[in-house]
Design a protein around this ligand. Structure first.
Ligand code: BJW
Length: 234
């Protein structure tokens, strides 16, 4: 790794996407056989889709919760957690993923910008609780008692991603920005490389193949995350 700013203890921001969890058995979105080739994203990942057919959306997320229950971190998640433990500077992981594989691997400085699959939010009172069971549309919120207001605490298209202020500060201050396993097709995350680079960071993409925003990076390393990420961290 060759960060070019604050040479003594440079800070690193790592953006991760679905590709880092692919080898843990969780599906990506846009690859062949990915979630968006089997489901219409307007139906299951927009507030309008949820308003039209909440049962369909809740069934989609319940199946994803079941799938997540057996998933374990792979060598890429473990390498990132080790980097956080051993690097003298700050390491911040910003994940677009709603799984908990970074936490399972031991990462502690972690922002879930698209929410978390294992959390349920009440649209009436805003209460968020950890919840790995299927969301029953008839269930009442434990905090306010309203019925029919529970949804997965994830960020759908048209909604504001979480932690944006904190992420913008970190991007403007990092010496190295790495994007791992993301297609670069969803904003604002796809624009992070340009923000970090404009602020002076060195930028590297680690992915199965060059992403849609490959040309924005200084460097690219290509192959399965379980191989390229541990090799990069070494
Ligand atoms: C491997 C691998 C292996 C495979 N090893 N690699 C027109 C222009 C620009 C923007 C817009 C526009 N119209 C609308 C927008 C905004 C919109 C958007 O970006 N739309 C695009 C479709 C154009 N964005 C939004 O609405 C966002 N909100 C927003 O913009 O608010 C306003 C705002 C303004 C200003 C500042 C800030 C905000 C919200 C986006 C929410 C996305 N939600 C989802 C669902 C989350 C819940 C859930 O999981 O169900 O998030 S959609 C889905 O895509 C999910 C992901 O996090 C996200 C990104 O996908 P990701 O992770 O990149 O996965 P893939 O499948 O695309 O790619 C996997 C990659 O891995 C591939 O490259 C593979 O090659 C690779 N890979 N195996 C290494 N083994």
């Amino acid at each position: 790794m060759t960060p070019n700013k604050r040479a003594l203890h440079p800070s690193i921001v790592i953006l991760t996407g679905a590709g880092i969890s692919a080898e843990s058995g969780l599906g990506t979105f846009r690859d062949v056989g990915g979630l968006w080739t089997r489901y219409n994203l307007e139906d299951v990942a927009t507030p309008e889709g949820f308003a039209r057919d909440p049962q369909l959306v809740l069934a989609f997320y319940s199946a994803r919760r079941e799938n997540l229950a057996g998933a374990r971190p792979n060598p890429a998640h473990l390498a990132i957690a080790r980097l956080e433990r051993e690097w003298a500077g700050e390491v911040l992981v910003v994940t677009q993923n709603v799984d908990d594989l970074h936490e399972q691997a031991g990462s502690t400085r972690l922002l879930h910008m698209h929410g978390e699959l294992a959390k349920t939010r009440c649209m009436a009172c805003g209460d968020v609780c950890t919840d790995r069971a299927a969301i029953d549309p008839g269930r009442a919120c434990a905090a306010c008692g309203h019925t029919g207001e529970l949804r997965p605490d994830v960020v759908w298209f048209g909604e504001m991603p979480y932690h944006m202020d904190e992420i913008e500060v970190a991007l403007s201050d990092c010496a190295l920005f790495a994007a791992i396993g993301t297609s670069g097709s969803v904003y604002p995350a796809a624009g992070f490389v340009r923000a970090a680079r404009a602020a002076g960071a060195r930028t590297v993409e680690l992915n199965l193949e060059p992403s849609e925003v490959r040309s924005a990076f200084h460097e690219g390393r290509y192959g399965p995350a379980s191989e390229v990420v541990p090799a990069w961290v070494e």
